[in-house]
Design a protein around this ligand. Structure first.
Ligand code: NAD
Length: 457
């Protein structure tokens, strides 16, 4: 008899149940109409596809792929595509729902979506990866589009994958469709600043929290879990701002130096060897050890559910910046709240990526590309607008909901009233009062004076 070894998933709890529970708590706190909650707790559309891929040895593997749209009331749905062996439908649904909240919080005219394939991309050759991506795109081609649903990179995907999606979609349409996907390489309609945008956004949040807590960046000791797009840029940016990065990790292990890691050396070592471990002058550290290190800021930038009820009471960080989506479970959240740990939640802390994705989409639709300083000033203005509006009341039992700063549209109208704008939940979502302000900018918009093509000649 053969025993099948099934790899353990990183998901300890059902992420969609977690996302729905979070919605229920927030709805209760703000007195949101239960009819609206009934609509918002479901995903509008979930597509499961089989993705047959011819492997380099001639065999064919049928992989399972997903694309989920949670909500489109504010505009086309937007969300990344994940290639990871643990991807499952309920994970994609949760990630799609969180995207809806994130886009709304940042005031950008998108709903939430997410997609993925259950696959380990590290085990594929570049040619297999490309064939799989093109076939997946073909399978979901009727679901995506610049006015419908716009993918972007997430765990295990990057600019090359986005270029293949763009190319496959455009080939089928017979012309270049720049707005179908964001996170593209610069030479096929990508945006300056997109690659590092998520980490930039997380940095802005940490800086603001540090300022509010009357701390100094130079005194911060930071541990970063995950050393991909989000984690590696964030660790670098924090070090550039004077913080001491004492530990970083990736899926193969972590490194630690109490006196601080030299980020240039870490990046060079990772590029050269493909791993973090083995860097001269740094000790090895397990992922579990990194999460409970004595530090000021812990930035989980890998996957969901890494801080749970089983390790939350050992976390020593004073602040957690959720670079990843859903790294802290609700049970852990309560434990950390009781202990006074400040959490910068994912929908705010990692929203910088979708903000610059929005800018890339706008640039693609206009076929007019902005300079890097324009991207950065607009992105920091968006983030400042969210951060500078007044925080809500803070009943202790619902910290996650209440600590989120309110956006300008939230300040103008109470959530309860907003939920009653229309006669049905769908109607109340259909014409949100902030929608007109958040529509893609046109060169003739008065609000663009000094920034549009006219201003630049
Ligand atoms: P990525 O694939 O570029 O990097 C993921 C990193 O996590 C890799 O270094 C990988 O080795 C590491 N990792 C995986 N399992 C790990 C483990 N058990 N312990 C330690 N490290 C582990 O992905 P990314 O784009 O950086 O995304 C990371 C997180 O940020 C995800 O939750 C994603 O949803 C979220 N996010 C990403 C973006 C974006 O723009 N890329 C935007 C918003 C949120």
């Amino acid at each position: 008899m053969t025993t099948l070894v099934v790899p353990e998933s990183h998901l300890r709890e059902n992420p969609y149940d977690i996302a729905k529970e979070q919605l229920r708590r927030v709805a209760e706190l703000f007195g949101v109409d239960p009819n609206l909650v009934n609509v918002l707790q479901e995903c509008k559309k979930a597509v499961v596809v089989s993705v047959p891929v011819t492997m380099d040895d001639g065999s064919i593997q049928a992989l399972e792929g997903y694309r989920v749209t949670h909500n489109i009331a504010r505009g086309p749905s937007k969300g990344g595509i994940r290639y990871h062996p643990d991807v499952e439908l309920d994970e994609v649904k949760a990630l799609a729902m969180w995207m809806t909240w994130k886009c709304a919080l940042m005031g950008i005219p998108f709903g939430g979506a997410k997609g993925g394939i259950r696959v380990d991309p590290k085990k594929l050759s570049p040619a297999e990866l490309q064939r799989m991506t093109r076939r997946y795109t073909s399978e979901i081609i009727n679901e995506i589009g610049p006015e419908k649903d716009i993918p972007a990179p997430d765990v295990g995907t990057n600019a090359s994958v986005m270029a293949w999606i763009f190319d496959t979609y455009s080939m089928n349409k017979g012309h270049s469709v720049l707005g179908v996907v964001t996170g593209k390489p610069l030479n096929v309609g990508g945006s300056l600043g997109r690659l590092e945008a998520t980490a930039h956004g997380a940095l802005y949040c940490i800086q603001e929290a540090v300022r509010k807590r009357e701390m100094r960046m130079e005194d911060l000791r930071v541990a970063v879990q995950g050393f991909g797009n989000v984690g590696s840029f964030l660790a670098r940016f924090l070090a550039e701002q004077g913080a001491t990065v004492i530990a970083v990790s990736d899926s193969r292990g972590g490194i630690y130096n109490e006196a601080g890691l030299d980020m240039a050396a870490v990046l060079a070592h990772k590029q050269e060897t493909g791993a973090l471990e083995g860097l001269r002058g740094a000790e090895s550290i397990t992922d579990e050890e990194l999460l409970v290190l004595d530090c000021d800021v812990l930035a989980p930038c890998a996957l969901e559910q890494v801080i749970t009820s089983s390790n939350a009471d050992q976390v020593k960080a004073k602040m957690i910046a959720e670079g990843a989506n859903g790294p802290v479970t609700p049970a852990a959240d309560e434990i950390l709240d009781d202990r006074g740990v400040l959490i910068l939640p994912d929908v705010l802390a990692n929203a910088g990526g979708v903000v610059v994705s929005y800018f890339e989409w706008v640039q693609g639709l206009q076929e007019y590309f902005w300079k890097e300083d324009e991207i950065n000033s607009r992105s920091s203005a968006t983030s400042r607008r969210v951060r500078s509006t007044r925080p809500g009341a803070r009943p202790r039992s619902a910290r996650r909901a209440c600590d989120w700063p309110r956006t300008d549209w939230q300040c103008g109208e109470s959530p309860t009233r907003r939920s009653r704008v229309g006669s049905t939940p769908e109607a109340s979502l259909a014409m949100p009062p902030w929608r007109t302000r958040a529509l893609p900018v046109r060169p003739s918009d008065p609000g663009l004076q000094g920034h549009g093509p006219g201003a630049q000649g």
